[in-house]
Design a protein around this ligand. Sequence first.
Ligand SMILES: NC(=O)c1ccc[n+]([C@@H]2O[C@H](COP(=O)([O-])OP(=O)(O)OC[C@H]3O[C@@H](n4cnc5c(N)ncnc54)[C@H](OP(=O)(O)O)[C@@H]3O)[C@@H](O)[C@H]2O)c1
Length: 342
Amino acid sequence: MTALPDTMFAVVQTHEGYSGSATGPTLDSASDWLAEAELPVPTPGPGQVLIRLRAASVNPSDIHFIKGEYGQPRVKGSPAGFEGCGDVVATGDGAEALQGQRVAFVAAGSGAWAEYVVTQAQMCIPLRPDISDEDGAAQIVNPLTAMAMVDIARSEGEAFVVSAATSQLGKLMCSLGRDLGLKPIALVRRAETLDTLRDLGAAEVLVTTDPDVSTQFAVLSAQMKPRVFLDAVADQLSEQVFCAMPNGARWVCYGKLSADLPKLTQMGQLIFMSKRIEGFWLTRWMMDTPPADQMRVVAEVQARFADGRWKTDVSERLALRDVLPNLADALKKSDGKVIITP
Ligand SMILES: NC(=O)c1ccc[n+]([C@@H]2O[C@H](COP(=O)([O-])OP(=O)(O)OC[C@H]3O[C@@H](n4cnc5c(N)ncnc54)[C@H](OP(=O)(O)O)[C@@H]3O)[C@@H](O)[C@H]2O)c1
């Protein structure tokens, strides 16, 4: 076994707690929220593992988090980043079974944007050898959310609506929906992505920048009767979409890509049409779903990546040492994840 270094390079948070605002997952400059640091390599405690990073993905949740607008408080000086993949190089008591394995992980202890990461063994998934490091780095957050939310959609009928459908998660949900015989209705904001979404599995695609998109959606809704709206945008158009959906429709908000807040205009629909507005958070799903069911979902996710039904689109690769100067620009590119490597 190679000896571990005493210190590691990391990209750390420079703020503490919550910001109290909701400005969305965009950055003017990474240095507003992050700094470079040389930190001691962490030691895994009981039930924990130490992972040498191979690749980390940048998700909107990472950006919400460093800006203080996510579901857990920032810790100043601690590495940023929630998700990645790497090799388990040391284990605490009770986690020995993972020693030497290549795993996908969610960081729960120290962040993923560092050469080494400590996390709980339960937050690691050993990776099949036929899954690449880049797919491994985006193997948990979006794929498990896609499986869980399409399951919600399936419980309510054939058609369902997906906003920000060009996001990685949106694409996973459209193709999974098609594979399950469902009819995803995709909302995109760039007309040039229409064909891509159709090829991926969307039964219908609407462009949200069309002036009459609300009318187009109302016509589609009357024909297809979608009862679930999986929404990562949550702006006024989202509210109009929900209002145009039939009796019993569920507006499932799982992201806040838009900084605009919607105004509710049809409260009577909640009373007289049994419509519901709710949230979805993968963290809650993981706490509430029995481990055996989670393992089945994980196996299906890996199978989908291994045989090419799913893939991670990569828009840019950044070395850890290039995150501070280049992350903000890298995030401006559409169509894929920024992947960070040590
Ligand atoms: N609740 C949960 O448990 C959970 C779990 C996973 C992900 N999420 C959420 O799911 C969403 C998608 O995540 P992801 O990793 O798939 O994202 P992603 O691949 O980084 O893609 C985000 C895409 O959304 C589109 N977009 C950005 N701002 C928008 C806006 N204001 N209005 C409409 N579209 C906008 C952009 O595509 P175009 O440039 O092509 O329009 C952008 O590329 C995020 O909100 C994330 O926080 C939630």
